[in-house]
Write a protein that binds this ligand. Structure first.
Ligand SMILES: [Ca+2]
Ligand SMILES: [Ca+2]
Length: 320
């Protein structure tokens, strides 16, 4: 009887196991509060297969467009002038002054043209002589002086000047062309502005012959007579023409008429149809500062010549 309690306990355990095994199957209860998966709002996902950028293995070569348009220069771009010439654009300018036969002040329209930057030199004129076209200056003292090769040729009459310009493929400027090239469009008194400046031209300064009553004894431009052309760049006109105020007078194409301005056409005036004297423009090495004015007019018989007379040439833009 000593093992009876353990026997009872075993019976109870076996009965309990049997009841558990043979009882009704419990019905699964669905979860009443299943959490809905919420995607992470800001959690960065690790890159799964981030591609590494590869350099292009076949960089295309830029191909110029086959129909590249030809650049068209703006219409207001001046054509490049021929060598040693400056360009004067078409348009109106103010011509003349209120003094004697320089009046009346009037507006003139001119087509575009080129004009020599400087007076024609002895060296340039020599080329025309050597070509068998031009004739010797009437006095060759200065022409034959090698130190004056770059000085303006002088002692030339109007016909000789005309012949040289034609040989060079040019022509003498008209009086109006000359004045516009000298003063631009604003009616200025001198090529450089409205105030006389003895450092900007070769005129009758202290080096001038004392016999000249207009000599300016207190001023020094460095030359007693002609100076090399282009020696006073600060005296350039608005278009870059030099020595328009001094050095030598310059023959122009027009016949002279003292009251021509009161009857001249408003566009491209050519001067009177006939006359006995031709016009010269510019002051000279023998003129006072008064002669440096752009409106200054001088006249001379076309067959006359002298140490004060030279010239420069012009060319129409349309004929170049
Ligand atoms: Ca002088
Ligand atoms: Ca001159």
């Amino acid at each position: 009887m000593k093992g009876k309690p353990w026997t009872v306990l075993a019976v109870v355990i076996i009965l309990s196991m049997g009841l558990a095994a043979c009882g009704p199957t419990p019905t699964p209860v669905p979860p009443t509060d299943t959490p809905t998966p919420v995607p992470p709002t800001n959690t960065p996902l690790p890159p799964t297969d981030t591609p590494t950028p590869l350099p292009p293995t076949d960089t295309p070569t830029p191909v110029p467009p086959t129909d590249t348009p030809t650049p068209v220069p703006p219409t207001n771009t001046p054509p490049p002038p021929p060598p040693d010439m400056v360009y004067v654009p078409a348009g109106e300018f103010i011509m003349g002054s209120e003094w004697r036969y320089e009046k009346p002040v009037h507006t003139v329209y001119l087509d575009a043209f080129y004009i020599d930057k400087t007076e024609v030199t002895n060296a340039q004129y020599r080329q025309c002589i050597e070509a068998g076209v031009c004739t010797q200056p009437h006095n060759t003292q200065w022409y034959n002086d090698p130190s004056r090769a770059e000085h303006p040729v002088i002692c030339i009459d109007w016909y000789q000047a005309k012949a040289y310009c034609e040989w060079a493929g040019k022509r003498l400027p008209t009086e109006a062309e000359w004045e516009k090239a000298a003063r631009g469009t604003d009616g200025r008194l001198y090529p450089w502005g409205n105030t006389f400046d003895e450092s900007k031209l070769n005129f009758c300064d202290r080096n001038c012959p004392p016999s000249n009553v207009f000599r300016s004894a207190s001023l020094d431009d460095g030359y007693a007579d002609t100076a090399p052309v282009g020696n006073y760049p600060a005296g350039a006109s608005p278009y870059g023409a030099l020595d328009m105020a001094g050095n030598v007078y310059e023959w122009v194409a027009d016949w002279h008429l003292s009251d021509y301005y009161s009857q001249s056409p408003g566009r491209n005036p050519l001067g009177p149809d006939s006359g006995t004297a031709k016009v010269l423009r510019s002051g000279s090495w023998n003129d006072a500062g008064w002669g440096a004015r752009c409106a200054y007019r001088v006249l001379g018989s076309p067959d006359q010549w002298g140490e004060l007379r030279g010239f420069r040439c012009a060319r129409s833009v349309s004929s170049s």
